[in-house]
Write a protein of this length. Sequence first.
Length: 480
Amino acid sequence: MLDLAPIQARPGQLARRPRAAAPTIWAVASGKGGVGKSVLCASLAVGLSQTGPRSIAVDLDLGGGNLHTLFGCERAHHTLSDLAQGRVSSLADALAGTTVPGVRLLSGARAALDAANASRAQTQRILRGLAQIDAGHVVLDLGAGTSFHTLDAFVAADRRLLVVTPEATAIENAYHFLKAAFFRAVRDLASEADAYAELAPVLDEARRSAASPRELVEAASRAAARAGARLRARLREFEVFLVVNRVSPDESGNPAEPIAAAARTELGMNLRPAGSLADDASVPAAVERGVPVMQLFPGARFCTDVQGLVASLFADDSASATRAFALAAPHVHPAGARAGDEWRAPLADVPSPHRTSAPGRYLRERREQLGLDLRALHERTRIRHHYLEAIEAERFEALPPDFFAGEYVRQIAETLGIPEAKQLARHFVEKGHATRGGVSLANAVLASALPPPRPERAIPSAEELLSEFDAEPEIEAPAQ
């Protein structure tokens, strides 16, 4: 039988403070893993924070969370497990700061082995706490698939996003997720005393036959007109936004539209195409460095697509939509760029003369622009802390030989997302030479420890070798 136990609050009506102060709960889900859901969740949290109110990214991918990796917060003091197990008194105490201004994180790191089997009470406790949190937006990164705690969080959210890729398997699993989510959403209707007798048999039969939401509503209408009308209203208000990720940059049109249209026809669901995100090499590069792609490569094609997505989601809020479009506008690809080319935004906040005249200061300003301290940079580069300080302060006498110092600068520049890192390393080494009069102390010591060069010997010609070979050997006279 379908689980018809009553839930504590109707989906979308969690206990909240007055609406003016309550955050908007965004749920990001997917029918299968590997579609880029977590990257979109982190990027959406950053994009929403740029529209004004601060946002909180919550890792509800229980047992498989990795938002802390995407935000570079590997060592958060408290995590979601601490909250679920009562080791912290409030949700606010479990929040961790990130390098992105206006974005905080409820980390899913250090999860217990049975975290994926969280009880309904634990999930509801977290959701009730999030509804009371002091923030403008709360973005939930839900686990892939149709576990009950994932479906409960998805149903309870104010705005729901479903992420797919253009592959047939991802689309098929997304349709299955939509069916399961709607069945979960109508449990509260079926649990009411006056509707239980009418809806329980219909829901049970629909579950056994894997009926679509449209077929469920039609069957309920045949069984009881009033119950069918209530289900039809619930289906109409159950709005989901579709996002297609990893779309070829050469793709024309909006690939989300035909997928959403098919879902509306086959399932009867209110699935709206929100937009598509380009397959961009900047995304894996940012993931590898542990910095949000929206922060590290703000001009990348993926990031401009996210800004457009945020603007489309605020279609009913002109002020937020205008700000989202304004944020995306400066990052237009330059003329002549080929489709699919990775393009990184210029570092407009860092004075360009410092690139060649003061490369150490340039690196420090770029690091501060990303909100990273020296400890965080050390964790990403594994370069010793005192070398990082010496490079930024341009204390050349405290650095190793030029070859190693240049490599350090190149590695730091690449970690900070600075284009042409090799050229910056060359400028740094050249300034060191000019500052020290052409020879570094370390290189001078190294040179003094080497033996003097051996004099060069001329290589004999072929004629000389042959003449020596043809010459008669000298015969010594026998001793008397």
